[in-house]
Design a protein around this ligand. Structure first.
Ligand SMILES: [Ca+2]
Length: 371
């Protein structure tokens, strides 16, 4: 059995299609804080496919069922779904590949493509009033909601086809982020148990995220909203619920509607090397930003101005008092990004600098923000 599994799932049989799927999974899934990818990588090259742990997995499901019952999930729901759950070893491969995956900023940000910008603009042209109306109660500019959806699922057009229970159970049983996904598995059962979705609707990416906004099951329970008031929180079809839920998510992180994400800036002559050390001394960042320790110093825009940082076109930075951190993408870049506290809200959605920059630049492009 072990040998068969190795043949079926071993790296030597990794097809081009699977490799492509892994790349797609990267675009859909949290990539981990960009500057801490190295520490986020698994400590060793795990080869889960080489271990026949089917019996252990089944025993784990039995134990999971017992705890789920104590959490109030009905036996009827558990027994309809648990026997159908299978480990998906490709999910582990995708999860490992994701943590180790390194793409340059330049390559990653090609996702902010003319096509994706056009689709976002078409969304505003066709459903602008809905976007405005569903975002307004949460005090989030709709261009950011649209850009999140653009990056997460190409505005709900990516096919999301993996069986969520298989994906989440596989990751919950795996050691790398087991506890986190165990909580998500309870949440997934709760979604079905309470009738928010049928088991058939529980499809996900390779990282267990569902619907057009790619919410994890726990986020669905906490933050999805029934914006159109029809009694269901529908994240599966682009509409007011999807828009309102993303806006609600961003609001929950302290989004400030009177601010943007930040701006592209030009660095002083000499680039990064010309800026003073240490980079970690400065203003106290907003609470939402404190966890992102790799961001470096937070300084007032006037201080960045004094250090020689300018708008992308070389003109002076705005005089508005705002705390900002500097992110520099690929080594040798002569430009960077001064980011404000809303950027950290985007990181709460998906903790990757590249992802958050993708959303930011896409939101500017959709709305025609040039400055
Ligand atoms: Ca609804």
């Amino acid at each position: 059995m072990t040998i068969v599994r190795k043949g079926l799932f071993g790296i030597s049989t990794l097809s081009a299609a699977l490799a492509a799927a892994l790349l797609q999974a990267q675009t859909l899934a949290p990539a981990g804080p960009a500057a801490t990818v190295a520490t986020d990588a698994p400590e060793e090259q795990a080869t889960p496919e080489a271990v026949d742990d089917t019996a252990a997995f089944q025993a784990w499901l039995v134990e999971f069922r017992a705890e789920a019952l104590t959490r109030g999930i009905r036996a009827q729901t558990l027994d309809a779904i648990l026997p159908t759950i299978e480990q998906q070893r490709r999910v582990i491969q995708a999860d490992r590949a994701q943590a180790e995956f390194v793409e340059t900023y330049a390559d990653y940000l090609e996702r902010v493509s003319p096509r994706r910008i056009e689709m976002g603009q078409a969304l505003f042209a066709e459903q602008g009033a809905m976007l405005e109306a569903a975002s307004a109660p949460y005090n989030v500019q709709p261009r950011f909601v649209a850009a999140v959806l653009g990056m997460e699922s190409n505005y709900g057009t990516f096919p999301i086809t993996e069986p969520l229970f298989n994906v989440v159970a596989t990751l919950a049983f795996d050691s790398r982020r087991g506890e986190q996904f165990r909580a998500e598995l309870f949440a997934a059962f709760e979604i079905v148990d309470k009738g928010y979705a049928t088991p058939e609707m529980m499809k996900s990416s390779w990282a267990g995220a569902l619907g057009a906004p790619q919410f994890m099951p726990g986020s669905y329970l906490r933050l999805a909203v029934d914006q159109d008031g029809d009694g269901r929180r529908d994240l599966w079809n682009m509409g007011p619920d999807v828009i309102g839920s993303v806006a609600n998510y961003l609001q929950s992180t302290g989004w400030q509607e009177n601010q943007t994400w930040g701006r592209v800036v030009s660095l002083p002559p000499g680039g990064e090397q010309s800026l003073p050390e240490p980079q970690n001394e400065g203003l106290d960042p907003d609470a939402t930003c404190r966890r992102y320790t790799t961001m470096g110093a937070w300084r007032d825009l006037s201080d960045w101005q004094e250090l020689g940082v300018r708008k992308a076109d070389g003109t002076d930075l705005p005089t508005r008092p705002l705390a900002a951190a500097l992110i520099i993408g690929d080594e040798g870049d002569d430009k960077g990004y001064l980011v404000y506290r809303n950027f950290c809200s985007l990181l709460r959605y998906n903790p990757s600098f590249k992802y958050a920059l993708g959303v930011s630049l896409l939101s500017d492009a959709i709305a025609g923000v040039e400055d």
